[in-house]
Design a protein around this ligand. Sequence first.
Ligand code: C2E
Ligand code: MG
Ligand code: MG
Ligand code: MG
Length: 281
Amino acid sequence: HAKRSGRGLVVVYTQDMEEAAKRVTRIEQALRRAVSAGEVEPHFQPIVDLASRRIIGFEALARWTDGDLGSVSPGVFIPIAEERGIIGQLSQLLLRKATLAARQWPESVFLSFNLSPSQLVDQNTCNQIMTILSRSGLDPRRLEIEITETGVMSDPASAEKIMQELRSYGIRIALDDFGTGQSSLGRLREFHFDKIKIDQAFVASILTDRASEHIVRAILAMCEGLNMDVVAEGIEDEAQAARLLEFGCPSGQGYYFGRPVDAETALFGLGNRIGQRQAIV
Ligand code: C2E
Ligand code: MG
Ligand code: MG
Ligand code: MG
Protein backbone atom coordinates (compact mmCIF):
# COMPACT_ATOMS: atom_id res chain seq x y z
CA HIS A 1 0.00 0.00 0.00
CA ALA A 2 2.71 2.44 0.98
CA LYS A 3 4.80 1.45 -2.03
CA ARG A 4 2.05 2.22 -4.55
CA SER A 5 1.18 5.54 -2.93
CA GLY A 6 4.50 7.30 -3.55
CA ARG A 7 7.09 8.95 -1.36
CA GLY A 8 4.91 11.13 0.85
CA LEU A 9 3.21 8.17 2.47
CA VAL A 10 6.46 6.30 2.95
CA VAL A 11 7.67 9.17 5.15
CA VAL A 12 4.46 9.02 7.21
CA TYR A 13 4.88 5.28 7.52
CA THR A 14 8.45 5.76 8.76
CA GLN A 15 7.22 8.20 11.40
CA ASP A 16 4.63 5.64 12.49
CA MET A 17 7.37 3.09 12.84
CA GLU A 18 9.42 5.50 14.90
CA GLU A 19 6.43 6.10 17.18
CA ALA A 20 5.91 2.36 17.52
CA ALA A 21 9.59 1.82 18.37
CA LYS A 22 9.38 4.53 21.04
CA ARG A 23 6.33 2.89 22.55
CA VAL A 24 8.06 -0.49 22.65
CA THR A 25 11.03 1.06 24.46
CA ARG A 26 8.69 2.79 26.93
CA ILE A 27 6.95 -0.51 27.64
CA GLU A 28 10.31 -2.29 27.96
CA GLN A 29 11.56 0.22 30.55
CA ALA A 30 8.34 0.18 32.56
CA LEU A 31 8.27 -3.62 32.42
CA ARG A 32 11.86 -3.91 33.69
CA ARG A 33 10.88 -1.76 36.66
CA ALA A 34 7.71 -3.76 37.29
CA VAL A 35 9.52 -7.10 37.16
CA SER A 36 12.18 -5.88 39.62
CA ALA A 37 9.43 -4.61 41.92
CA GLY A 38 7.49 -7.87 41.58
CA GLU A 39 4.47 -6.07 40.15
CA VAL A 40 3.42 -8.48 37.39
CA GLU A 41 0.80 -10.95 38.61
CA PRO A 42 -0.45 -14.31 37.42
CA HIS A 43 -4.21 -14.56 37.07
CA PHE A 44 -5.88 -17.95 36.89
CA GLN A 45 -8.44 -19.35 34.45
CA PRO A 46 -10.24 -22.61 35.32
CA ILE A 47 -9.90 -25.75 33.19
CA VAL A 48 -12.87 -28.05 33.71
CA ASP A 49 -13.85 -31.66 33.17
CA LEU A 50 -16.57 -31.32 30.53
CA ALA A 51 -18.72 -34.19 31.82
CA SER A 52 -18.82 -33.23 35.51
CA ARG A 53 -17.97 -29.52 35.08
CA ARG A 54 -15.53 -29.81 37.95
CA ILE A 55 -12.38 -27.67 38.02
CA ILE A 56 -9.36 -29.88 37.31
CA GLY A 57 -6.74 -27.18 36.90
CA PHE A 58 -5.96 -23.51 36.31
CA GLU A 59 -3.90 -21.83 33.60
CA ALA A 60 -1.73 -18.96 34.85
CA LEU A 61 -2.01 -15.86 32.63
CA ALA A 62 0.21 -12.81 33.19
CA ARG A 63 -1.43 -9.51 34.11
CA TRP A 64 0.30 -6.13 34.41
CA THR A 65 -1.02 -2.64 35.12
CA ASP A 66 1.48 0.21 34.91
CA GLY A 67 0.89 3.56 36.63
CA ASP A 68 1.30 5.53 33.39
CA LEU A 69 0.61 3.01 30.63
CA GLY A 70 -2.40 1.48 32.35
CA SER A 71 -3.24 -2.17 31.82
CA VAL A 72 -1.01 -3.71 29.13
CA SER A 73 -2.10 -6.99 27.51
CA PRO A 74 0.22 -10.02 27.66
CA GLY A 75 -0.23 -10.26 23.90
CA VAL A 76 1.77 -7.00 23.86
CA PHE A 77 4.25 -7.25 26.75
CA ILE A 78 5.19 -10.94 26.51
CA PRO A 79 6.65 -10.55 22.97
CA ILE A 80 8.47 -7.39 24.10
CA ALA A 81 9.86 -9.21 27.16
CA GLU A 82 10.97 -11.99 24.84
CA GLU A 83 12.59 -9.64 22.32
CA ARG A 84 14.35 -7.50 24.92
CA GLY A 85 15.68 -10.33 27.10
CA ILE A 86 13.38 -9.87 30.10
CA ILE A 87 11.33 -13.03 29.65
CA GLY A 88 13.47 -15.26 31.89
CA GLN A 89 13.21 -12.93 34.88
CA LEU A 90 9.52 -12.23 34.24
CA SER A 91 8.70 -15.91 33.90
CA GLN A 92 10.47 -16.80 37.14
CA LEU A 93 8.55 -14.09 39.00
CA LEU A 94 5.26 -15.40 37.59
CA LEU A 95 6.07 -19.04 38.34
CA ARG A 96 7.06 -18.18 41.94
CA LYS A 97 3.73 -16.44 42.48
CA ALA A 98 1.70 -19.04 40.60
CA THR A 99 3.19 -22.03 42.48
CA LEU A 100 2.58 -20.33 45.83
CA ALA A 101 -1.06 -19.85 44.82
CA ALA A 102 -1.35 -23.45 43.61
CA ARG A 103 -0.10 -24.72 46.97
CA GLN A 104 -3.43 -23.54 48.45
CA TRP A 105 -5.51 -25.65 46.05
CA PRO A 106 -6.53 -29.28 46.54
CA GLU A 107 -3.82 -31.79 45.50
CA SER A 108 -5.85 -32.94 42.51
CA VAL A 109 -5.91 -29.47 40.91
CA PHE A 110 -3.03 -28.78 38.52
CA LEU A 111 -1.28 -25.57 37.49
CA SER A 112 -0.70 -24.90 33.81
CA PHE A 113 2.06 -22.42 32.97
CA ASN A 114 3.07 -20.91 29.60
CA LEU A 115 6.68 -20.91 28.44
CA SER A 116 7.96 -18.62 25.66
CA PRO A 117 9.92 -19.91 22.65
CA SER A 118 13.26 -18.47 23.85
CA GLN A 119 12.93 -20.43 27.10
CA LEU A 120 13.02 -23.63 25.05
CA VAL A 121 16.50 -22.82 23.76
CA ASP A 122 17.82 -21.82 27.21
CA GLN A 123 19.35 -24.89 28.88
CA ASN A 124 18.88 -23.30 32.34
CA THR A 125 15.08 -23.35 32.04
CA CYS A 126 14.52 -26.73 33.69
CA ASN A 127 16.84 -25.98 36.62
CA GLN A 128 15.13 -22.64 37.20
CA ILE A 129 11.71 -24.27 37.21
CA MET A 130 12.81 -27.06 39.57
CA THR A 131 14.40 -24.55 41.98
CA ILE A 132 11.16 -22.58 42.15
CA LEU A 133 9.08 -25.75 42.64
CA SER A 134 11.24 -27.01 45.50
CA ARG A 135 11.19 -23.60 47.22
CA SER A 136 7.43 -23.30 47.00
CA GLY A 137 6.91 -26.99 47.80
CA LEU A 138 4.69 -27.74 44.81
CA ASP A 139 4.82 -31.33 43.56
CA PRO A 140 6.19 -31.26 39.96
CA ARG A 141 3.45 -33.73 39.02
CA ARG A 142 0.95 -30.93 39.60
CA LEU A 143 2.67 -28.69 37.02
CA GLU A 144 1.89 -28.62 33.34
CA ILE A 145 3.99 -26.57 30.91
CA GLU A 146 2.34 -25.08 27.82
CA ILE A 147 4.45 -24.52 24.75
CA THR A 148 3.53 -23.50 21.21
CA GLU A 149 4.46 -25.03 17.89
CA THR A 150 6.58 -21.96 17.15
CA GLY A 151 8.44 -22.56 20.40
CA VAL A 152 9.24 -26.12 19.44
CA MET A 153 10.14 -25.43 15.82
CA SER A 154 12.76 -22.70 16.30
CA ASP A 155 15.23 -25.29 17.64
CA PRO A 156 13.55 -28.72 17.84
CA ALA A 157 16.60 -30.52 19.25
CA SER A 158 17.01 -28.07 22.10
CA ALA A 159 13.28 -27.99 22.82
CA GLU A 160 13.15 -31.76 22.93
CA LYS A 161 16.06 -31.91 25.38
CA ILE A 162 14.40 -29.44 27.76
CA MET A 163 11.04 -31.19 27.46
CA GLN A 164 12.60 -34.58 28.25
CA GLU A 165 14.30 -33.10 31.28
CA LEU A 166 11.04 -31.57 32.54
CA ARG A 167 9.18 -34.83 31.98
CA SER A 168 11.81 -36.78 33.94
CA TYR A 169 10.60 -34.88 37.03
CA GLY A 170 6.95 -35.67 36.30
CA ILE A 171 6.09 -32.29 34.76
CA ARG A 172 3.59 -32.67 31.91
CA ILE A 173 3.93 -30.90 28.57
CA ALA A 174 0.97 -29.47 26.66
CA LEU A 175 1.03 -28.19 23.09
CA ASP A 176 -0.84 -24.85 23.14
CA ASP A 177 -2.94 -23.30 20.33
CA PHE A 178 -2.84 -26.54 18.35
CA GLY A 179 -3.89 -26.29 14.72
CA THR A 180 -2.78 -22.73 14.00
CA GLY A 181 1.00 -23.10 13.71
CA GLN A 182 3.15 -25.02 11.28
CA SER A 183 2.24 -28.37 12.79
CA SER A 184 3.88 -31.48 11.52
CA LEU A 185 1.90 -34.48 12.68
CA GLY A 186 5.12 -36.49 12.76
CA ARG A 187 6.53 -34.13 15.37
CA LEU A 188 3.60 -34.90 17.67
CA ARG A 189 4.76 -38.46 17.95
CA GLU A 190 8.41 -37.54 18.26
CA PHE A 191 7.87 -35.08 21.08
CA HIS A 192 5.55 -37.13 23.30
CA PHE A 193 3.24 -34.33 24.32
CA ASP A 194 1.01 -35.26 27.23
CA LYS A 195 -1.75 -32.95 26.12
CA ILE A 196 -3.01 -30.95 23.15
CA LYS A 197 -4.86 -27.65 23.58
CA ILE A 198 -7.22 -27.15 20.65
CA ASP A 199 -6.99 -23.54 19.53
CA GLN A 200 -9.95 -21.30 20.31
CA ALA A 201 -10.42 -20.44 16.62
CA PHE A 202 -11.78 -23.97 15.97
CA VAL A 203 -14.01 -23.87 19.04
CA ALA A 204 -15.42 -20.46 18.11
CA SER A 205 -16.70 -21.79 14.79
CA ILE A 206 -17.47 -25.38 15.76
CA LEU A 207 -21.26 -24.89 15.51
CA THR A 208 -21.26 -22.81 12.35
CA ASP A 209 -18.47 -24.18 10.18
CA ARG A 210 -18.45 -27.81 9.06
CA ALA A 211 -14.71 -27.66 8.37
CA SER A 212 -13.98 -26.64 11.98
CA GLU A 213 -16.19 -29.44 13.22
CA HIS A 214 -14.30 -31.99 11.12
CA ILE A 215 -10.92 -30.66 12.22
CA VAL A 216 -11.87 -30.83 15.90
CA ARG A 217 -13.17 -34.38 15.50
CA ALA A 218 -9.99 -35.39 13.70
CA ILE A 219 -7.82 -33.88 16.46
CA LEU A 220 -9.85 -35.73 19.11
CA ALA A 221 -9.52 -39.05 17.25
CA MET A 222 -5.79 -38.53 16.81
CA CYS A 223 -5.29 -37.71 20.50
CA GLU A 224 -7.20 -40.81 21.51
CA GLY A 225 -5.07 -42.95 19.21
CA LEU A 226 -1.83 -41.41 20.45
CA ASN A 227 -3.01 -41.56 24.07
CA MET A 228 -2.77 -37.80 24.56
CA ASP A 229 -5.05 -35.74 26.79
CA VAL A 230 -7.00 -32.87 25.15
CA VAL A 231 -8.51 -29.58 26.23
CA ALA A 232 -10.63 -27.28 24.06
CA GLU A 233 -9.85 -23.58 24.53
CA GLY A 234 -12.12 -20.56 24.19
CA ILE A 235 -15.48 -22.15 25.08
CA GLU A 236 -17.93 -19.27 25.37
CA ASP A 237 -21.34 -20.95 25.65
CA GLU A 238 -23.17 -24.12 26.65
CA ALA A 239 -23.86 -25.18 23.07
CA GLN A 240 -20.12 -25.32 22.31
CA ALA A 241 -19.42 -27.20 25.55
CA ALA A 242 -22.18 -29.73 24.84
CA ARG A 243 -21.02 -30.33 21.27
CA LEU A 244 -17.40 -30.85 22.36
CA LEU A 245 -18.49 -33.32 25.04
CA GLU A 246 -20.60 -35.15 22.46
CA PHE A 247 -17.49 -35.47 20.26
CA GLY A 248 -15.61 -36.98 23.19
CA CYS A 249 -13.54 -34.00 24.29
CA PRO A 250 -12.71 -34.61 27.97
CA SER A 251 -11.93 -31.07 29.14
CA GLY A 252 -12.45 -27.41 28.33
CA GLN A 253 -11.52 -23.86 29.15
CA GLY A 254 -13.11 -20.53 28.27
CA TYR A 255 -15.09 -17.50 29.39
CA TYR A 256 -18.20 -19.69 29.79
CA PHE A 257 -16.57 -21.53 32.70
CA GLY A 258 -14.65 -18.57 34.02
CA ARG A 259 -12.44 -15.68 33.02
CA PRO A 260 -8.90 -15.37 34.37
CA VAL A 261 -9.13 -14.05 37.97
CA ASP A 262 -6.61 -13.17 40.68
CA ALA A 263 -5.27 -15.83 43.06
CA GLU A 264 -7.65 -14.96 45.89
CA THR A 265 -10.74 -15.07 43.68
CA ALA A 266 -9.62 -18.37 42.12
CA LEU A 267 -9.17 -19.93 45.57
CA PHE A 268 -12.56 -18.61 46.69
CA GLY A 269 -14.17 -20.02 43.54
CA LEU A 270 -12.60 -23.42 44.21
CA GLY A 271 -13.97 -23.46 47.74
CA ASN A 272 -17.44 -22.73 46.45
CA ARG A 273 -17.48 -24.77 43.31
CA ILE A 274 -15.20 -27.75 43.48
CA GLY A 275 -17.16 -30.96 43.44
CA GLN A 276 -20.35 -29.20 42.43
CA ARG A 277 -22.01 -30.67 39.43
CA GLN A 278 -23.02 -27.53 37.60
CA ALA A 279 -21.76 -24.96 35.14
CA ILE A 280 -19.35 -22.53 36.69
CA VAL A 281 -20.66 -19.25 35.35
P1 C2E B 1 -2.77 -18.60 25.55
O1 C2E B 1 -1.74 -19.28 26.39
O2 C2E B 1 -3.28 -19.36 24.38
O3 C2E B 1 -3.94 -18.21 26.56
C1 C2E B 1 -5.30 -18.18 26.20
C2 C2E B 1 -5.77 -16.76 25.93
O4 C2E B 1 -7.15 -16.81 25.54
C3 C2E B 1 -5.71 -15.85 27.15
O5 C2E B 1 -5.47 -14.53 26.68
C4 C2E B 1 -7.11 -15.98 27.71
O6 C2E B 1 -7.50 -14.89 28.54
C5 C2E B 1 -7.93 -16.02 26.43
N1 C2E B 1 -9.22 -16.69 26.60
C6 C2E B 1 -9.58 -17.63 27.51
N2 C2E B 1 -10.85 -18.03 27.34
C7 C2E B 1 -11.34 -17.32 26.30
C8 C2E B 1 -12.61 -17.28 25.63
O7 C2E B 1 -13.57 -17.98 25.98
N3 C2E B 1 -12.72 -16.42 24.57
C9 C2E B 1 -11.69 -15.65 24.16
N4 C2E B 1 -11.88 -14.84 23.11
N5 C2E B 1 -10.47 -15.64 24.76
C10 C2E B 1 -10.30 -16.48 25.82
P2 C2E B 1 -4.42 -13.57 27.40
O8 C2E B 1 -4.49 -13.75 28.89
O9 C2E B 1 -4.59 -12.20 26.84
O10 C2E B 1 -3.01 -14.15 26.94
C11 C2E B 1 -2.63 -14.10 25.60
C12 C2E B 1 -1.40 -14.92 25.35
O11 C2E B 1 -0.26 -14.35 26.01
C13 C2E B 1 -1.48 -16.35 25.88
O12 C2E B 1 -2.20 -17.19 24.99
C14 C2E B 1 -0.02 -16.71 25.98
O13 C2E B 1 0.48 -17.08 24.71
C15 C2E B 1 0.60 -15.39 26.37
N6 C2E B 1 0.82 -15.39 27.84
C16 C2E B 1 -0.01 -15.03 28.84
N7 C2E B 1 0.57 -15.18 30.05
C17 C2E B 1 1.81 -15.67 29.80
C18 C2E B 1 2.92 -16.05 30.65
O14 C2E B 1 2.89 -15.99 31.89
N8 C2E B 1 4.06 -16.49 30.01
C19 C2E B 1 4.14 -16.59 28.64
N9 C2E B 1 5.27 -17.03 28.11
N10 C2E B 1 3.11 -16.26 27.84
C20 C2E B 1 1.96 -15.81 28.40
MG1 MG C 1 -1.68 -21.13 27.13
MG1 MG D 1 -3.87 -21.23 24.02
MG1 MG E 1 -3.07 -18.16 22.32
